[in-house]
Write a protein that binds this ligand. Sequence first.
Ligand code: HEC
Ligand code: HEC
Length: 354
Amino acid sequence: MRKLGLAMMVIFVLSILGACNSNEEASAPADKEKNEPAKEEVVDQELLDAKAKFEPLGEMPVPADNPMTDEKVELGKTLYFDPRLSGNNVQSCMSCHAPGAGYGDGMSTFIGFEGHQGGRNSPTIINSGYYPTNFWDGRAGSLEEQALGPIQSEVEMNQNLDELVIELNGVPTYVEQFNTVFNDQISADNIAKAIAAFERTIVISDTAFDRYLQGEEDAISADAKEGMKLFVGKAGCISCHAGPLLSDYSYHNLGMSGDEGRFDVTGNEEDKGKFRTSGLRGVAHTAPFMHDGSLETLKDVVMYYNAGGGDHANKSVLVSPLNLTDKEIDNLVAFLESMSGELQMIDAPEIPSN
Ligand code: HEC
Ligand code: HEC
């Protein structure tokens, strides 16, 4: 009843304002300006309901055994940029997760140790600390666990951890820094902790979409608002892209073949071709998309879903043709862009010499 009353009042007020407007068209621009905000008050219940389904990103979770300190983050950042972490001192983490490329590498799939052509896309590290598992298939349980993976991987950095510790011990600045930060020696464990702490500072949370959730009505465009309604409604994206990170932290098969995905981790048939649902804040900065980098633009992604995904025996029942119009596809893209925020740029640190 109260809603109906309010709606009627808005219509009433609008009709009066409308009447004033037509009478005073040319003569009173000041009045016209005053009238403008009233137009916004038309209640779009579908939009309000859609908006209520989203939540802010919240604080970055930090493991109890790896608290954040400025010195640790600085050390982690230096290690992230240091090619000493690879066996031939050529590639650093930054080579495949570069700030200017949205903390990915802008390529479909990575190029690793001595030109090795990788099978998966280098994902962004933006907001990667929010996931309870890392990698496309979730095989690492934390950023600390993740960091030692690429260093040792023969096809990525191909570095032996014991050798790395010896190498870093030859750099006086590092010896001093590890001592200050951890009150401890250089070790694989401490290297991973420092890098993970740095990665937890690479966050996109304050997007136009977030400001809209907080009540700034004009933060996103009318198209993006239509896209938001589709995201929770007709297009069904929210079945998987839900919660604070816009990921259910679960694994799904969208119909892409050629990679066993989660199956490699669990060995369960039902996990074949499943990948972790990607968070979406910052997404416009991280093309190309998906675990194989096969989709170039956000429009390609939406069109892929619109066609009902790909063809795979294990495809999720949540992925089927959406029958979106061209305009609806564009509105969904506008919504994805509204949650993309600004890329956090950082200055490359000075790499200490031996
Ligand atoms: C040769 C390219 C390459 C290098 C070098 C590299 N990575 Fe990656 N990174 C990848 C690829 C490819 C994946 C995805 C692999 C997968 O999921 O199987 C990945 C995944 C990740 C993830 C997981 C993100 C998520 O969404 O869960 C993080 C974090 C990450 N890398 C950080 C690092 C760090 C830290 C280093 C340096 C120690 C590093 N990477 C070095 C290519 C690279
Ligand atoms: C069945 C669950 C599911 C549904 C429904 C779904 N997604 Fe996804 N989405 C995923 C998974 C899983 C991935 C990662 C897949 C991969 O890499 O192979 C993903 C990836 C993406 C990506 C790429 C992210 C990146 O960084 O590469 C975008 C963008 C995206 N989804 C948007 C949408 C939109 C828009 C909709 C609605 C039209 C939608 N999704 C519906 C599960 C889903």
